[in-house]
Design a protein around this ligand. Sequence first.
Ligand code: MG
Length: 207
Amino acid sequence: MKIICIGKNYVEHIRELDRNSNIPSEPIFFMKPDTALLRNNEPFYLPDFSRDLQYETELVVRICRVGRAIEERFAHRYYEEVGLGIDFTARDLQRECVAKGLPWEVCKSFDYSAALSPRFLPLAGLGGDVQRLHFDMELNGEPRQAGDTSKMIFTVDRIVSYVSHFVTLKMGDLIYTGTPVGVGRLSPGDRITASLEGERLLDIEIR
Ligand code: MG
């Protein structure tokens, strides 16, 4: 099982990180190892190597069959369920990586950096259109992120097609589809809750 994450997939989020950043012309992806998974709404422990550990709430698509070089028009056959995840990011280390042109593993792929909702919802039960979904994230009960998948720069089908031209997708692989605007720093004692189409899926304590 691998975890594929899309960067820069919502315009307003790109702007909040860097006003001068360009909108990408192709999807940008990076990967996290299976040791990054944080399951079952277990607590997240702030790592000691970052002073600016941030949440990114993302729609997660689970791949249900093997595929490579998938054509975009057939991509919808490769996923049936969606969930939510947090792409935990050491923003201070990420800024260093970006400035030095280094890879992102230290800021993105560390242990437990990929929280995953215990439940996934069948897409068919949510209207069937992955580009018409809404998700919300609250920090300590206050709304912080509201995702609307119609605002993705690259659709899920485009992402599945694009990534599969480089990396074979397998059953159980997870695609974190990028975060909307509203990312922010976490402190001990914080609590993240998030819902997909009104259904509470994430409830994570920060320690
Ligand atoms: Mg992200």
